[in-house]
Ligand binder design. Structure first.
Ligand code: ADP
Ligand code: MG
Length: 330
């Protein structure tokens, strides 16, 4: 009887150990990609082969939910709010609008989530066309301004006060954060998420640090530097990503809420922060503010760090940038 029990225990523990080693051996580097938010979202992770697809699917589902709720497409929660001018908002949209308004006042309006009318006027996505006239820009600026937005008296939604929201400069970061959270909840600790320049880095690539490259803003096919970022988010915004040209002038997709014209602060901005929503908002603000004011703003939001390439190609870094974004060997 006793012997049988010992044997059974031994068998169970052997089977357990075998299963453990099998599952470890099974941990592969997996890459999954989806198209969303007008860009590719790629998850590279070290995960058990059997679960990898499900884990990636769950992470993508979170990001897709953000896209569905916060995109400017017909029927989205954001579009309904924009059309009605006020209303109750769900937990995710409330959180992102709240964060966006915080960044708007924190950046003295350089980041402004109420630029929908101005963004539509410029229609950067449309391709080459004559830029809008100064008069039109001035008229449209009257339909923007984050100070006009307030909470509904019950605190469950927002009153827009005559403006329309565009969360394009923060929602992608938030989507990346939810995807990262989903991976962590599924027990994955080694991964890199890249949603068109909004990155989240965690752990290692099978023991080696993850490597990320920074594109040369004037030759986007080339990398000018590569880094091994510390755990957190790395977001890059640049005037080379989405723009149109007209009569030899480049018009980028980040707009300066003060002038109503494309931002001239920098050619490219890379921000490291604890989460991608903050890094995304900051990167956009820095595109508007330029190196001097931009790095002042970053200093106020430590542990955030930034590297900016100005329009002459000169590099400006916050003092702690190298510590969180060490250069990689090759
Ligand atoms: P990307 O989507 O290329 O990563 P950003 O995060 O910089 O770029 O966001 C740019 C988008 O944000 C624009 O396409 C527009 O929808 C919106 N936007 C443009 N200018 C501003 C601004 N000053 N503040 C907030 N949002 C902006
Ligand atoms: Mg942004």
């Amino acid at each position: 009887m006793r012997r049988r029990l010992v044997f059974a225990i031994l068998l169970v523990s052997f089977a357990g150990a075998a299963l453990y080693f099998l599952s470890q051996a099974n941990r592969q580097l997996r890459r999954e990609t989806r198209f969303m938010m007008g860009t590719q979202m790629t998850v590279t992770m070290v995960a058990p082969a059997l679960d990898a697809e499900r884990i990636a699917r769950e992470a993508f589902a979170k990001a897709e939910m953000v896209d569905r709720e916060m995109g400017r497409r017909p029927g989205s929660e954001l579009t309904v709010l924009n059309d009605e001018g006020k209303g109750t908002t769900g937990p995710h949209l409330s959180k992102v609008i709240e964060a966006a308004l915080k960044w708007a006042s924190g950046s003295e309006g350089a980041f402004d989530p109420t630029l929908a009318a101005l963004i539509d006027l410029w229609a950067v996505e449309k391709g080459p066309h004559p830029p809008p006239a100064q008069k039109e820009i001035e008229e449209t600026l009257k339909l923007t301004g984050y100070e006009k937005v307030s909470r509904t008296p019950d605190g469950k939604g927002f009153v827009l006060g005559g403006v329309k929201l565009d969360l394009g400069a923060i929602a992608k970061g938030y989507a990346v954060d939810l995807a990262a959270e989903s991976l962590k909840n599924d027990g994955v600790s080694d991964f890199l998420i890249d949603a068109g320049g909004d990155l989240y880095i965690s752990g290692t690539k099978k023991g080696k640090p993850w490597k990320v490259g920074l594109a040369d803003p004037r030759e986007p096919g080339l990398l000018i530097m590569t880094f091994n970022p510390k755990e957190g988010a790395v977001v890059t915004s640049g005037d080379y990503e989405r723009y149109f040209e007209w009569e030899g002038v480049r018009y980028g997709h980040v707009l300066d809420p003060e002038t109503g014209r494309p931002a001239k602060g920098a050619a490219s901005v890379t921000v490291w922060a604890k989460n991608a929503a903050d890094a995304d908002a900051l990167a956009t603000a820095l595109m508007v503010l330029g190196p001097e004011k931009g790095l002042e703003l970053v200093a106020k939001h430590a542990p955030a760090e930034a590297l900016m390439i100005d329009r002459e190609g000169k590099i400006h870094k916050s003092p702690g940038f190298d510590a969180v974004m060490p250069r990689s060997a090759e």
